[in-house]
Structure formats: structure tokens, C-alpha cells
Design a protein around this ligand. Structure first.
Ligand SMILES: Nc1ncnc2c1ncn2[C@@H]1O[C@H](COP(=O)(O)OP(=O)(O)O)[C@@H](O)[C@H]1O
Ligand SMILES: Cc1ncc(C[n+]2csc(CCOP(=O)(O)OP(=O)(O)O)c2C)c(N)n1
Ligand SMILES: [Mg+2]
Length: 318
């Protein structure tokens, strides 16, 4: 199977998944063409996944297709953007039909589920690496940024934290318990918070998605905003499954493990008061923004230090 046959067989169908009026020209030409509606800004981001770093060696291709698009799409959610389309740069060691079928299946269900149509890509041979560029749009000037947090704002997170990080211990488990199966599901099939992000436009003062762990990602927000915060560790939303698996260590996972793709937002208290009940139910208040720079943790068990760091590809060395 040649390169063009591979594209036609496995990826062309995704380009036809669900027509988007915004994609004027998709797969097949030198570039795709996207039309930006009047009064909206284009929001775009690229993320790479490397075998052995972002996903295990010999990882299930269905999960890989889903996870790679979910991780990239989570950045759109963090900006409050509505999803439009994505491009895929795929480097493969070989054209294995079974692998490609699974990968295209996982990618296709993610693309339908998130409402992103495949608009183009690039296919090369080499070690397994994939990059996805996602495109969305947001009302002009209203994208949620990392830099808008102000002293007095509340710090909120969506969903539960630490599940996907805990799953790394069980990736090889032949007969996972129900609790293990729950955290594994959170690692294999993260769900970017697109609806929540879009609903927070005009409400949140800042937003980031948690790919590297709460401490690291909230740290980016505080730095970009020139403020600090105190987080009450006893308020962290932790799943029953995580608590039962990790016991006293659960909070440490909630603070510093990545891969959950939940949102961390800040919001002025007067806006929170009038926020729709349906939004409030998806979010947990974990702390408050302060003038004093840096992130302070309180209310945690002794197992939690204050020095947990997020994932840094070039950190830890010289
Ligand atoms: N090689 C690069 N060239 C230019 N900008 C980059 C590069 N790598 C990362 N960035 C930028 O640095 C910022 C932080 O990147 P990253 O930590 O990957 O964010 P995220 O967690 O949202 O994917 C982003 O604005 C991203 O566009
Ligand atoms: C097999 C495996 N080991 C470890 C991890 C943990 N991990 C690897 S990279 C990463 C952080 C996210 O990656 P990065 O490239 O920093 O993504 P971005 O910040 O651009 O979203 C995490 C938590 C994982 N996801 N899978
Ligand atoms: Mg990135």
C-alpha cells in the first residue's frame, strides 16, 4: 500500500465525516481553506505525541487516535473556542493495516464526538509520532486567556483530578478492578471540556487546560497574570476510585499528575454568584487568587509537599 492509497483508504473518510461549512476546501489540495465568520477570531494550536513519552510502546491504536485528538482539542476548550477542523501529521514505522484501521476508528469517533472535521495532513515514515493542529473560532476578542486572573478571583476546576496519572500504574494490568478500569478510562479516553469552556466565555477571567498537572498549569496562569494563589488541598475534586486506589496519596496525584484534560479557571466572585446553576455543578472552587506571587497549598495531608512539579520534557537535567 503506497502513501496515497493509505491516505485515501484510512483518512479520506474522516474528511467526509460531517461536512463543515467553514472548511471550504479540505483534504486533497496543497492547503485546506477555512472561512472565518464575520465577528469571530480563528483560534489554533498544535500538539505532538511521541511513542514512549506521551503514550506507551505498543499502545492500542484506537485509544491513540482518540487521545491524540482529545489532547489537542483540550487547548481549544481552554480558550473557550468552538471546534471547526484539524490537520494530522503522522509519522509511522510501517503501513500496518490492522494498526491503521484501529487508529482511524479511534480518531474518527473522537472527531465526530468533538465536532472537528479532518482538513488535511502529512504522512511520513519513521518512529511513531503524531502532531495534530486544531482550529476553532471564538467571538472576536473574547478568547479565554491565561493572563486575566486578578486578586480576589476564585480558582475553579472541572471534573476530578489525578485519575489519568494514577492509570499509568495499571496500563499493563490484565484484569483491572472496577476502580482501575475507571482511572484507565480517564487515561485512554479523555473528554475535552469544549461546552464548559465555551460557556465560560465572558465569565471566566482566565482559563487553562490541565495537561501537565494542576500545580504546573495553574502556575502558568499565575505567572501570565502576575498574581499568586492559595489552593485548599482538602477541596480538590478527587474521584472515589482514585481515593480507594491511592488512599492518602490521592491528593498528590490530584495536584501534580497530568493527562486529565480538565479545565482550571479563575472568575471574579460577583460573576460566579450569577453564573448558571448548570455551570456551577460542573466546577469546584479550590482556592483564591491573591496579589502575592506564587502558589500556596493548605489543608493537605502530610503526604503532599509544596514542591510537586508538572511534566517538563527538558527539565531535571543540567
Ligand atoms: N517550538 C515552538 N515554537 C513556538 N512556540 C512554541 C513552541 N513550543 C511551544 N510553543 C508555545 O509555547 C506555549 C506553551 O506551550 P505548551 O506548554 O505546549 O502549551 P499547551 O499545554 O497549551 O499545549 C504555547 O503558546 C505554544 O504555542
Ligand atoms: C506512557 C506515559 N508516560 C507518562 C505520561 C505522562 N506525561 C507525558 S507528557 C505529559 C504532559 C503533557 O505533555 P506536553 O507535551 O507537555 O503537552 P502540552 O503541555 O503541550 O499539552 C504527561 C503528563 C503519559 N501520558 N504516558
Ligand atoms: Mg503543547
Amino acid at each position: 500500500m503506497g502513501e496515497f492509497e493509505l491516505i485515501r483508504r484510512y483518512f479520506q473518510p474522516l474528511a467526509e465525516n460531517h461536512g463543515s461549512e467553514a472548511v471550504v476546501l479540505g483534504v486533497g489540495d496543497d492547503c485546506a481553506v477555512q472561512r472565518i465568520p464575520e465577528g469571530r477570531d480563528l483560534v489554533f494550536s498544535i500538539d505532538t505525541m511521541v511513542e514512549g513519552i506521551h503514550f506507551p510502546q505498543e499502545y492500542c491504536p484506537d485509544y491513540l487516535g482518540w487521545r491524540a485528538l482529545a489532547a489537542a482539542t483540550s487547548d481549544l476548550a481552554a480558550m473557550g473556542a468552538a471546534p471547526v477542523c484539524f490537520t494530522l501529521a503522522l509519522t509511522l514505522p510501517e503501513a500496518n493495516e490492522q494498526w491503521l484501521t484501529g487508529f482511524a476508528r479511534g480518531l474518527s469517533s473522537a472527531s465526530e464526538s468533538f465536532g472537528l472535521v479532518l482538513a488535511g495532513g502529512d504522512t511520513t515514515r519513521g518512529p511513531l509520532v503524531l502532531s495534530m493542529q486544531v482550529h476553532g473560532t471564538v467571538r472576536r476578542g473574547e478568547a479565554l486567556r491565561r493572563s486575566g486572573a486578578r486578586a480576589g478571583d476564585l480558582v475553579l476546576v472541572s471534573g476530578t483530578l489525578g485519575d489519568a496519572g494514577a492509570a499509568l500504574d495499571f496500563l499493563e494490568e490484565p484484569r483491572p478492578s472496577d476502580d482501575m478500569a475507571f482511572v484507565l478510562g480517564r487515561y485512554h479516553q479523555p473528554r475535552p471540556r469544549l461546552d464548559l469552556g465555551a460557556s465560560m466565555v465572558g465569565l471566566a477571567s482566565s482559563c487553562i487546560d490541565i495537561s501537565d498537572g494542576l500545580i504546573a498549569d495553574l502556575g502558568h496562569v499565575l505567572k501570565a497574570s502576575g498574581v499568586g494563589a492559595t489552593v485548599d488541598v482538602s477541596k480538590l475534586p478527587l474521584s472515589a476510585a482514585l481515593c480507594s486506589i491511592k488512599g492518602i496519596e490521592a491528593a498528590r496525584y490530584g495536584l501534580s499528575s497530568g493527562d486529565d484534560y480538565e479545565l482550571c479557571l479563575t472568575i471574579p466572585p460577583e460573576r460566579w454568584k450569577v453564573a448558571p446553576e448548570a455551570l456551577k455543578q460542573q466546577l469546584t472552587i479550590i482556592g483564591a487568587v491573591e496579589q502575592n506571587p506564587g502558589l500556596r497549598l493548605r489543608g493537605g495531608p502530610d503526604a503532599v509537599g509544596n514542591n510537586a512539579a508538572g511534566f517538563d520534557h527538558f527539565g531535571g537535567g543540567s
